[in-house]
Design a protein around this ligand. Structure first.
Ligand code: GDP
Ligand code: MN
Length: 377
């Protein structure tokens, strides 16, 4: 997933003609102040943290300023923040508009209907998840004709717009639809879409580009996202690796078994911290690499849960034993294994030679991993 920061989303919006406040990005308090002094950003202005997490308004990451000094102070305060675990490296300074109503608008994919959907609500400015379902309007859109005037009129009616404002909504909806289609987005969200006099302005922008279409958009290759350092390395090595908050490492194969393993650990009172999906690997070197990456996350214990199909148990065991040789003794952790399926006997034998016992019962082995992690950071 390529998540664009607000200012990046807005520069895409600008290309397609979505109406926006005037604004500039700053990376320091000095820069923020001079943007205001030079008149590039008119006063009063809004200073907004450029992080990927939402809820900035509530979280003190959106501030207002009436003077260059205030803009400077607001930028300094926001740049010093760590917002929901994310360091703030940039702020967006924008003219503060006299806004009327705050509306909600987005286009995303409905995977059940297998269609794009246009979502609208008059309850903008708050997270859409907190809006009552009855207050949210959803329309599936046929991607071939694209948005039709019928769909656009329905949104105008919902928003209570007619005449000139309805015409600007019409243009805005076309622009949003084009962003969604041409940029291969999986989400284009404007929250809030604000009424300003007779017009509409996108005060916020959330754009997520579909990962599978990234090859069509080299312009997004450099976009920073919310992967951790280890996740980034894993991605380069094409290993499915995700870091969570807990302390138990999980190595499994296949998304289904991996998720089930996380569930079992949770149910037994454990906290999965990293999970790694070996998928259908048939190369022990790949297993070694994956395991070494797991070791770098410093798990309190690791639960290996493999069902051998395409991935043979002996392949996994061989890769694992090699990796364990490479992890320095001071960085070792208890390893609990459960390997079943194709070439199970050979796999178990290889593990045994390295001092690891395979416990075939799922609950018993998961419990052992939970117990081993208990009391460790
Ligand atoms: P989020 O909380 O991370 O989604 O950040 P938003 O960009 O949506 O901003 C949060 C809130 O700040 C909005 O819902 C508005 O109420 C307010 N806000 C942002 N820009 C302006 C502006 O130009 N004028 C006014 N009056 N309020 C703004
Ligand atoms: Mn918002």
């Amino acid at each position: 997933m390529v998540k664009l920061a607000e200012w990046q989303g807005k520069s895409v919006f600008r290309k397609y003609g979505v109406p926006l406040p005037r604004g500039e990005v700053a990376r320091s308090a000095d820069e923020a102040e001079s943007l205001v002094r030079s008149g590039k950003v008119p006063l009063p202005c809004v200073v907004k943290a450029q992080v990927l997490a939402g809820g900035r308004g509530k979280g003190g990451a959106v501030r207002f300023a009436n003077t260059p000094e205030e803009a400077r102070a607001a930028a300094a305060a926001i740049l010093a923040l760590e917002f929901k675990g994310e360091k703030v490296r940039e702020v967006l300074l924008e003219e503060k508009l006299p806004i009327g109503r705050e509306l909600y608008l987005s286009v995303t994919l409905d995977r059940t209907q297998r269609l794009p959907i246009l979502i609208a609500s008059t309850h903008g400015g708050v997270e859409i998840e907190s809006v009552a379902d009855t207050e949210i309007d959803r329309q599936a859109v046929d991607p071939f004709p694209g948005l039709t005037s019928y769909e656009k009129r329905r949104v105008a009616k919902l928003f209570g717009l007619s005449g000139a404002p309805a015409r600007s909504l019409d243009k805005l909806l076309d622009a949003v639809w084009q962003v969604f289609q041409r940029e291969d987005a999986e989400l284009v969200e404007i929250n809030p879409l604000a009424t300003v006099g007779e017009g509409l302005v996108a005060l916020d922008a959330k754009v997520i580009i579909e990962d599978d279409a990234a090859f069509r958009h080299p312009e997004y290759a450099e976009v920073r996202d919310d992967r951790t350092e280890l996740e980034e390395i894993a991605r380069e090595k094409e290993i499915a690796f995700v870091q969570l908050d807990g302390n138990i490492g999980v190595i499994a194969n296949g998304a289904g078994l991996t998720m089930a393993t996380l569930d079992v650990l949770k149910e037994l009172g454990g906290a999965p911290g990293v999970f790694l999906d070996l998928g259908g690997t048939d190369d022990p070197k790949k297993v070694t690499e994956a395991f070494l990456l797991m070791a770098r996350a410093r798990p309190a214990s690791v639960f290996l849960n493999i069902f051998g199909g395409v991935t043979r148990c002996d392949t996994v065991a061989t890769g694992l034993v090699e990796a364990m040789r490479q992890v320095p003794a001071s960085e070792r952790f208890p390893l609990i294994a459960r390997i079943r399926g194709n070439n199970e006997k050979e796999g178990i034998e290889i593990l045994r030679s390295a001092g690891v016992t395979s416990v075939s019962d799922l609950r018993a082995s998961a419990q052992a991993a939970v117990d081993a992690a208990r009391g460790r950071p």
